[in-house]
Design a protein around this ligand. Structure first.
Ligand code: NAD
Length: 476
């Protein structure tokens, strides 16, 4: 299958016309390896109109069985093109190849999950006081705009596109500027698998132009967004004008809480990758670590030792665990946080420096002696930086954990099940794992509290979010 880098509209890879072209820069080599033309306003309009036509003409009324067959075929297409999809994300954002492969496999699993969900997703019958017969139906919304970030480009695209299609919507997918290639490939794979032309359109380009044109297009009924809190707030503002449905998966500053009774070896061995994976460019990164004072020194020693063993380097190498940051700007931003911490005399126990002449690499950094008011402790760094602080009292620690505008993810480590459940209830976050680093399960809802967002991706909750709930009453 030939993959073109132009927009994918109505079943065709288009040669881009007048849209602004952005270079594709490999963050590991700093070499420009391609160009991606942004969609023009006319292409945005053509994509949304085409999606709307396909919704009305075919996809809305496609039988559940046929829809499921097509989604299963998309999953097969993803597996058949796995190597090329993984390579695209390695080249675009410097994702280590082993992670890129896992994320492509996750994308296929997501399509399989929602293909299977189609036949299990229905309404209710309700015994209303008036008698008669009352039932609910879940109806698709129409055209959904899926706007995704660059840090997990393929799985996030899949976890928006698959449930939206499964519920009977058509989708216009807008990838982020650094990472459009796997999204365009997904459009072609889905079409090849039998998805009607127009049911999945893919438009690259700048958020301020292509993104806003999509959000404000009168035929777009829902915006499913993952990205920064600032852009999420802007989208909410624009969507409010027409009461469009939105779901927002936004930033985070997630806690990792280690009690003295935890399996310290296990907690210290696993915790570094809960923040440094994807070079820390992870909305769920556990970047604030709270350690009970009794075991603080022992934990920090182990954490720093484990951090020093992380293999940072060429993302094409199978052994690499952490690749470069996505861009020179992202690296500068991360270095700004570290400089601020050093100026405040915070201790950088390891890492925090550039570790290659070429590529946007920074060695994973462990920062100690922070204060709760420090910028590096409060703000999302989105780089390989963790701060570790001791705590004495459970109540006080929970107050500090919740003293954040964010509430996305987190971990806690303890052998005391009562404490685990008590603290899990009190932490303000949409996702929490106990004695584990996990954040994402295809079958379970994923999303944030507070400024980390609203609505849920994944699980059956995502499918509900791509429907309107209609109640029908039949008199008897
Ligand atoms: P971003 O907000 O800059 O961009 C995200 C997407 O929105 C991109 O496709 C971008 O082009 C588009 N966009 C930008 N401005 C827009 C506008 N005005 N209107 C419409 N679309 C617009 O985020 P990013 O830099 O790509 O990703 C990093 C951020 O994403 C971090 O804050 C991270 O925490 C967050 N994130 C959250 C989750 C989650 O599930 N909660 C997952 C991954 C990333």
């Amino acid at each position: 299958m030939k993959i073109d880098f132009g927009p994918f509209i109505n079943g065709e890879s288009r040669i881009a016309r007048g849209g602004k072209r952005s270079p594709l820069i490999n963050p590991a080599t700093e070499q420009t390896w391609g160009e991606m033309p942004g969609a023009t306003p006319a292409e945005v309009d053509a994509a949304v109109n085409g999606a709307h036509r396909t919704f009305e003409d075919t996809w809305r009324d496609c039988t559940p069985g046929k829809r499921a067959d097509i989604l299963f075929a998309i999953a097969r297409g993803i597996r058949e093109n796995a190597a090329a999809l993984a390579e695209a994300d390695v080249n675009c954002i410097g994702k280590p190849i082993s992670d890129a492969r896992d994320e492509v496999a996750l994308g296929a699993k997501i399509f399989e999950y929602y293909a299977g969900a189609i036949g299990k997703f229905g309404g209710q019958t309700i015994p209303v006081a008036a008698g008669g017969f009352d039932f609910t139906i879940r109806q698709p919304l129409g055209v959904v705009a899926a706007i995704v970030p660059w840090n997990f480009p393929f799985p996030i695209a899949c976890w928006k596109v698959a449930p939206a299609l499964a519920a009977g919507n058509c989708v216009v997918l807008k990838p982020a500027k650094p990472s459009p290639v796997s999204a365009v490939m997904l459009g072609a794979i889905a079409h090849h698998a039998g998805l009607p032309a127009g049911a999945l359109q893919v438009l690259a380009g700048a958020g301020s132009a292509v993104g806003e044109a999509l959000v404000t297009h009168p035929l777009v009924r829902k915006i499913s967004f993952t990205g920064s809190t600032a852009v999420g707030s802007r989208i909410m503002e624009l969507a409010a004008r027409d009461i469009k449905r939105i779901s927002l998966e936004l930033g985070g500053k997630s806690p990792n809480i280690v009690f003295a009774d935890a399996d310290l070896e296990q907690a210290a061995a696993k915790s570094p990758m809960s923040v440094f994976a994807n070079a820390g460019q992870d909305c769920c990164a556990r970047s604030r670590v709270f350690v009970e004072r009794k075991v603080f020194d022992a934990f920090v020693d182990r954490f720093v030792a484990a951090t020093k063993t992380i293999v940072v380097g060429d993302p094409r190498d199978e052994k690499t665990q952490v690749g470069p940051l996505v861009s020179a700007e992202q690296r500068k931003m991360v270095e700004g946080f570290l400089d601020g911490a050093r100026n405040d005399r915070r201790r950088v126990a390891c890492g925090g420096t550039r570790c290659s002449d070429r590529g946007y690499f920074i060695a994973p950094a462990v920062v100690l002696d922070c204060e709760p008011a420090d910028r590096i402790w409060r703000e999302e760094v989105f780089g390989p930086v963790v701060c570790i602080r001791p705590f004495d009292d459970e109540e006080e620690m929970i107050r500090e954990v919740n003293d954040s505008p964010y509430g996305l993810s987190g971990s806690l480590w303890t052998r005391d099940i009562g404490r685990a459940l008590r603290v899990a209830r009190r932490v303000e976050s949409g996702v929490l794992s106990i004695n584990s680093n996990s954040s994402v399960h295809v079958e379970a809802p994923f999303g944030g509290f507070k400024q980390s967002g609203m609505g849920r991706d994944l699980g059956m909750a995502a499918m509900e979010g791509y429907t309107e709930l209609k109640n029908v009453y039949v008199a008897s």
